[in-house]
Design a protein around this ligand. Sequence first.
Ligand SMILES: Nc1nc2c(ncn2[C@@H]2O[C@H](COP(=O)(O)OP(=O)(O)OP(=O)(O)O)[C@@H](O)[C@H]2O)c(=O)[nH]1
Length: 208
Amino acid sequence: MSGMRVDAKVVMLGKESVGKTSLVERYVHHRFLVGPYQNTIGAAFVAKPIQVGEKVITLGIWSVKTKCILLSLICVFWSFLDLTDSSSFQRARFWVKELQNCEEHCKIYLCGTKSDLIQGDRSLRQIDYHDTQDFAEEIGAQHFETSSKTGSNVGESRHACVHLVIVCQLYEYSRGERSGNAHILRPAFTFEMKRNASKPERANANVG
Ligand SMILES: Nc1nc2c(ncn2[C@@H]2O[C@H](COP(=O)(O)OP(=O)(O)OP(=O)(O)O)[C@@H](O)[C@H]2O)c(=O)[nH]1
């Protein structure tokens, strides 16, 4: 089975400017792009091969803002919140509702972004950690906070939530499992990950 490739998808959902593209840049290219903010039009896509056990899995990461694209996707969902923008919490709630309408049993990750700004100045925090945690418990999600700028919780260290979560998801996916006892983070990995999910439209994809 060594070297077998399996494609899997992660979809990152969230309000504009919440930090989806930056997290993908950090995770895939190990960098944080400085300069003027560029609004993603429609959806962005990037692929990353990841070694999971004996297999290399090509992970497709979609950054999505529009409902029409969401409806054609079936995969793993992360809902983003900008910790310095309270309105992004409402937007995350919206996405969760939409997801649960589409995929009743899908489980979702909540990803708080820009934690470096909070660490620099606590008064910038507009979304309380415990409020998000309560929401996460309500919807059966896992919740973590990241900084694409510093790489906190995003890099490929074995303590980084983003990497750990992705690898564990892929591990389960590569084994064709939705349940089992292989990993301590097991309860979070009951996503519908359908191998033959329909391909999203590429029309507005603007990230190679
Ligand atoms: N300080 C800090 N700034 C961040 C971080 N992540 C993103 N940003 C900034 O937030 C702005 C928006 O980031 P993007 O990654 O483009 O956000 P997005 O969610 O992809 O935005 P859309 O393209 O509108 O969907 C940019 O100016 C980033 O530099 C972070 O972790 N820390």
